[in-house]
Design a binder for this molecule. Structure first.
Ligand code: NAI
Length: 334
């Protein structure tokens, strides 16, 4: 039998058959995200890992007639090593979500150690995989993964992504509601980080460009704090799961498209970025071209308004602290 790896060795073009792993697959995001990955034709193997119920979710999805084999793993059933073996793309939605009144930073205490431990397992079992971090606070959990990988000598900055796509989806939707346009055609670049004021939509780069200042302020605020609408509406039952699953699946598909050699695959994402490194900000979200090796090019911000420049300055003050918090956590709790 030709395995996926064997086929790849004999092929001169990049493969379109990929193993994708979801860690935290039985959760609110994990289940619909796993469903959407089951529907992705680039995925031929789908491994689902969770502390509980991943084999059940896998059995359920396995009846969908798409070209992938689904398998579920728990700690006492082949565990993380079994799930991660030969992975090309690993999605991490494991961890606790927000309740009303909480910020994403309030999740740090619980999620930092979950993400650290999962990163260790990825470093040991799938060091070449692209890693897509959904668990919050993304501004800090991405640096945590980077520090773990560095400590194990496997850090590849081109293969580590913080998933900020939900901010991009919200920006499209909310802007289209204000303008009365079709959200599918309303593209908004969102830069910075993934929490409150670190989320900076570049509305001056949309087709409309010049918004009335009051409208612009309200729209910017809604994009920055849109997650709170869902947290409040769910009344303690969690945060965005379905829209997040769609966002995660869209970003994963873009990463897979890049790996497969498709051209002009561009998404905003939170990566190890040269843009503000000289100011001590090692991670920043901006438009990134995705390619066969992961990050192909990190794009600059382009022309921005003075209003947006102010927002970015404020975002940077918070980001530098969030990044440092992640780095310090791994140093103090290796
Ligand atoms: P959830 O509580 O419904 O699901 C989390 C799942 O993770 C559970 O099934 C749990 O068993 C599992 N889990 C916990 N520890 C684990 C471990 N060590 N290994 C494997 N699995 C583990 O939470 P939900 O709503 O799915 O949210 C997950 C995370 O995603 C949260 O941190 C949330 O803040 C974040 N999130 C991120 C967004 C983004 O835009 N990046 C948007 C919305 C949520």
């Amino acid at each position: 039998m030709f395995s996926r790896i064997t086929r790849r060795q004999f092929s001169t073009t990049p493969s379109t058959a990929y193993k994708t792993v979801v860690l935290g697959a039985a959760g609110g995001i994990g289940q619909p995200l796993s469903l959407l990955m089951k529907l992705n034709h680039k995925v031929t193997q789908l491994s689902l890992y969770d502390l509980r119920n991943a084999p059940g979710v896998a059995a359920d999805l396995s009846h969908i007639p798409t070209n992938s084999v689904v398998k579920g793993f728990t700690p006492d059933n082949e565990g993380l090593a079994g799930a991660l073996k030969d992975a090309d793309v690993v999605l991490i939605p494991a961890g606790v979500p927000r309740k009303p009144g909480m910020t994403r930073d309030d999740l740090f205490k619980t999620n930092a150690s979950i993400v650290r431990d999962l990163a260790k397992a990825i470093a040991d079992n799938a060091p070449k995989a692209a890693v897509l971090v959904i668990s919050n606070p993304v501004n800090s959990t991405v640096p945590i993964v980077a520090e773990v990988f560095k400590s194990k000598g496997v850090y590849n900055p081109k293969k580590l992504f913080g998933v900020t796509t939900l901010d991009v989806l919200r920006a499209s939707r909310f802007t289209s509601e204000v303008l009365g346009t079709n959200p599918v055609q309303e593209k908004v670049t969102v830069v910075g980080g993934h929490s409150g004021i670190t989320i900076v939509p570049l509305l001056s780069q949309t087709k409309k460009k010049d918004f009335d200042p009051e409208v612009r302020d309200a729209l910017t605020h809604r994009i920055q704090f849109g997650g709170d609408e869902v947290v409040q509406a769910k009344q303690g039952a969690g945060s965005a799961t379905l829209s997040m699953a769609q966002a995660g699946a869209r970003f994963a598909n873009s990463v897979l498209s890049g790996l497969a050699g498709e051209t002009d695959v561009v998404e905003p994402t939170y990566v190890d970025s040269p843009l503000f490194k000289s100011e001590g900000i090692d991670f920043f979200s901006s438009k990134v071209t995705l390619g066969t090796e992961g990050v192909k090019e990190v794009h600059g911000l382009g022309e921005i308004s003075s209003y947006e420049q102010d927002l970015i300055n404020k975002a940077k003050e918070t980001l530098i602290k969030n990044i440092q918090k992640g780095v310090t956590f791994v140093k103090e709790n290796p």
